[in-house]
Design a protein around this ligand. Structure first.
Ligand code: UDP
Length: 428
């Protein structure tokens, strides 16, 4: 008799339970949530291990069929910036081992997320002799290259990433450029790297009646609305979007409105989200403050309205390992203009589902915005193609199928019941 394979999903700072849109909660949380739930539907038992960051959550949450979220004590039970979590990772590792003993649960495979959980996964691979699949979501060298002195990652990050890449059985890259980073920047064995593009929830993100939504949100039905959804961080370069909008406003008599969704709090607050303060200052300087609407962060179920309210969505980060927001806009049938970096060059088809523009180039972005402003038929055509592309290529059940295929290559045939485990943490 075979049993369901048991997967340990390690994701120290990104929990499916987290509220999204703030500094440290974005695409990785969505990935962990969607992939684990879809793997549960495919017959895997998945335990998602996250660091406890409050005192109220139960140790174990039954999240969805086959999926549990396990809170491990590692460091103070409160929010800690992800760049300050690294010292707690040995404790996280040991707490994992204690949990698996206490719960009498032997895992068949570990799926590490981000470099810190990757380090734990690599250690456990050695200790437990089970295969490890690793996805980084973002790597330190790229971050260092683009952020320079703004990069607050711990000093040892890149060396640890090298170690993880050497140790694990498979590396998931979300797009060809991430594969290239792993192989060329880190010397990963190309045979270990598998491209599994991440997806979007097409039942949650779907087209809807633009005018009705604008009415609900109190937006001008006749304006050309440019929507940005995402974290408010310097590297997302929303300032570039503000500058481009100011250029556009100088080129047209048509009413243009900029809708900005994201931040630490439900109300836009420049104190808790300094980047909102920067954007407000810039907008005042450019004389367009009255044409901008900040909403603060919104939960995934509400986001569709904001994408659908837009005539176009934009995202022009300095770099983007993958980028879920372009796919979400596309799923809502909205054309997307994105910077030609990282995963965006893979998901957005230039001239078909939107446009690719150079990063840090407000003139180029304004040019494409103007084109879409004066060509409503093109907006409709691109929005339609965008939705089709997402339905065909980028859905979470497909991501989970591909991930499951990868697991199956590595898993030994499973026979129940398994012998009881005895795992000491002292020797680690
Ligand atoms: N997001 C959200 N609420 C917000 C802003 C963003 O739920 O107010 C979500 C967004 O829908 C997307 C994720 O956060 O799923 C951001 O992922 P992405 O890969 O685009 O960028 P990251 O934040 O991981 O750099």
């Amino acid at each position: 008799m075979t049993r369901r394979p048991r997967i340990a999903f390690l994701s120290e700072h990104s929990s499916p339970v987290a509220v999204l849109g703030g500094e440290d909660a974005g695409g990785q949380n969505v990935y962990v949530d969607e992939v684990s739930r879809n793997l549960g539907s495919l017959g895997f038992d998945v335990d998602v291990f996250v660091r406890r960051d409050d005192t109220t959550s139960p140790d174990v949450i039954a999240w969805s069929p086959g999926v549990r979220i396990v809170h491990l004590e590692a460091g103070p039970p409160e929010f800690v910036l992800k760049d300050d979590i690294w010292p707690f990772m040995p404790v996280f590792r040991d707490a994992f081992l204690r949990f698996s003993v206490r719960d009498d649960r032997r895992y068949d495979l570990i799926h590490g997320n981000f470099w810190m959980s990757g380090w734990v996964a690599a250690q456990l691979r050695h200790k437990l002799d089970i295969p490890v699949v690793q996805i980084f979501h973002a790597v330190g060298k790229t971050k260092q290259r683009h952020q320079g002195s703004l990069d607050t990652s711990p000093a040892g990050r890149i060396a640890i990433e090298h170690e993880v890449i050497r140790s694990v059985d498979r590396l998931i890259a979300q797009c060809p450029s991430e594969r290239q980073e792993l192989v060329e920047d880190y010397g990963a064995d190309p045979a270990k790297v598998v491209v599994v593009p991440s997806g979007v929830n097409v039942a949650r993100f779907k087209p809807s009646d633009r005018l009705k939504i604008r009415q609900q949100l109190g937006l001008d039905p006749d304006a050309f609305v440019v929507a940005y959804v995402g974290r408010m961080l310097p590297r997302k370069d929303v300032r570039n979007v503000v500058r481009a909008s100011a250029i556009l406003m100088g080129q047209t008599e048509a009413p243009v409105q900029l809708l900005l969704v994201g931040g630490e709090t439900l109300e836009p607050d420049p104190v808790t989200t300094p980047e909102i303060g920067e954007l407000q200052r810039l907008a005042h300087e450019l004389g367009i403050a009255d044409r901008m609407t900040f909403t603060g962060r919104r939960q995934p179920d509400e986001l569709r309205h904001y994408y659908c309210a837009g005539d176009v969505a934009v995202t022009t980060p300095w770099y983007e390992p993958y980028g879920l927001t372009p796919l979400e806009a596309m799923a809502c049938g909205v054309p997307i203009i994105g910077s030609a970096v990282g995963g965006i060059t893979f998901t957005v088809q230039d001239g078909e589902t939107g446009f690719l523009v150079p990063s840090c180039d407000p003139e180029a972005l304004a040019g494409k915005l103007h084109y879409l402003l004066v060509n409503p038929d093109e907006r409709t055509r691109m929005g339609h193609l965008a939705r089709l592309r997402v339905e065909r290529e980028f859905t979470w059940p497909v991501v989970a199928e591909r991930t499951a295929a990868l697991y199956r290559e590595l898993l030994q045939p499973l026979v129940a019941p398994q012998p009881a485990i005895s795992v000491g943490v002292d020797s680690m």
